[in-house]
Design a protein around this ligand. Structure first.
Ligand SMILES: Cc1ncc(COP(=O)(O)O)c(C=O)c1O
Length: 396
């Protein structure tokens, strides 16, 4: 989260004073319909028919998206080797099995490896737009269509960015966003949203996120039968914060892009690294720049010379690399063994390799990629001195 201020405070105060905090309420009695308003405005911004705000964050949005698509036991879902672990664990939550595929130098899912990993059991793919950088949606969606797979975009780290002029999240059959504290905007520390143009996915996701009760006004409009599921409903405070944050979003991204462009142009003549290629530099959110080196040694050497930049090397990016998903790798899933999808009869014979050798190329790329987070409020003067700091890595 980059910016938050008096507007959020004012809107939250109005909600609290209305004493109508549940997402459903009577406007005649002072209910402000913040969640509903956010969802309408978010659909408009992203360019989809439907949107659902979730108290359970981007994780809940992915789970609901998969549930909406009808994914379950017996199904494989392809996920990239580099992503926050929730992308993969959400697949397990709906009873299916995540299959790892390599990333390429853009740090998104490698379309060629994705296609190689498709089996007769594959039902869906989750391209992830890591660090505000769009995955290669053009190729990925073409392959998915050819093999009749569903596409669920994990846009949790790419909130408001675009690919080829259209916002991410709106390209696939559904898209998931995170509004947790570490993301571009936040709905109050946690939260997320699911978007889709598909009525069936929307209805099933709606039912899943509403403890199966499909709350009052919607219940009569649903064509899908109600089933029992989870409780990820957003409350009105969350809706109010998310709504104001969404209004700030385009300004934040414009500033991040400005900073990234200026920094990249100042660094472009540096000899020791190249700037990681992007599937769409104009759509990229600009939350970081990524420098790529010939090998890990050169990357670590450079990183060691540039203090105080918030930098990290991809392979050290904690639970974002499959080799660090300990619980998943140890097959410890859910609270009871009979609910562990790795042990389901229907999943027998599906591919379950999460060992170090599963995606060696991704590990090799991440070892020599240095991520430098950016700040949208950097002045031109600060950008200049930041570039000079980064050049210290070159010994300049
Ligand atoms: C790529 C990715 N997917 C999913 C999530 C899950 O989002 P949340 O923490 O809001 O549940 C995150 C959050 O860090 C993420 O970065």
């Amino acid at each position: 989260m980059y910016r938050m201020g008096q507007e959020e405070v004012d809107e939250v105060a109005k909600v609290l004073l209305s004493k109508q905090l549940f997402r459903v309420g009577d406007p005649q009695k002072g209910h402000l319909r913040e969640v509903e308003r956010f969802e309408r405005e978010w659909s408009g911004k992203i360019g989809t028919k439907y949107s659902l705000l979730m108290s359970g964050g981007g994780t809940a949005a992915i789970v609901c998206g998969l549930a909406g698509m009808g994914i379950g036991p017996g199904d494989e879902v392809i996920v990239p080797a580099y992503t926050w672990l929730a992308t993969a664990t959400s697949v397990l939550t709906v009873g299916a099995i995540p299959v790892l595929a390599e990333i390429d130098e853009t740090l998104g899912l490698d379309p060629d490896d994705f296609e190689k990993k498709i089996s007769p059991q594959t039902r869906a793919v989750i391209p992830v737009h890591m660090c505000g950088r769009p995955a290669n949606l053009g190729k990925i969606i073409k392959i998915a269509k050819k093999h009749k797979l569903k596409v669920l975009e994990d846009s949790c780290q790419m909130v408001g960015g675009s690919y080829k002029g259209r916002r991410t999240g709106s390209w696939g059959d559904a898209g998931a966003f995170s509004f947790n504290f570490f993301k571009i905007i936040s709905s109050g520390g946690e939260g997320g949203a699911l978007v889709t143009n598909d009525r069936k996915i929307f209805e099933r996701a709606f039912i899943y996120h509403d403890s199966g009760s499909a709350f009052r006004p919607m219940a009569g409009e649903l064509a899908e039968p109600i089933f029992v599921a989870q409780q990820y409903r957003a409350d009105e405070v969350m809706g109010a914060i998310a709504r104001i944050q969404a209004q700030r979003l385009d300004g934040i991204i414009a500033d991040l892009r400005r900073v990234r462009k200026q920094l990249e142009s100042k660094l472009s003549k540096a000899g020791k690294f190249k700037i990681a290629p992007s599937n769409d530099p104009d759509g990229d959110c600009g939350v970081c720049i990524v420098l790529q080196f010939e090998n890990e040694h050169k990357c670590r050497d450079f990183a060691g010379k540039i203090p105080h930049t918030g930098k990290y090397i991809g392979i050290d990016h904690s639970k974002h690399v499959y080799t660090q998903w300990e619980a998943l790798r140890s097959r410890r899933i859910m609270h009871h063994p009979d609910m562990n999808p790795f042990l389901f009869e229907k999943n027998r014979g599906l591919r379950m390799n999460y060992d170090d050798d599963a995606c060696p190329r991704s590990l090799e790329i991440l070892k020599r990629s240095l991520f430098i987070p950016l700040d949208p409020d950097m002045t031109d003067e600060k950008i200049k001195s930041f570039a000079a700091t980064l050049k210290r890595g070159e010994g300049k």
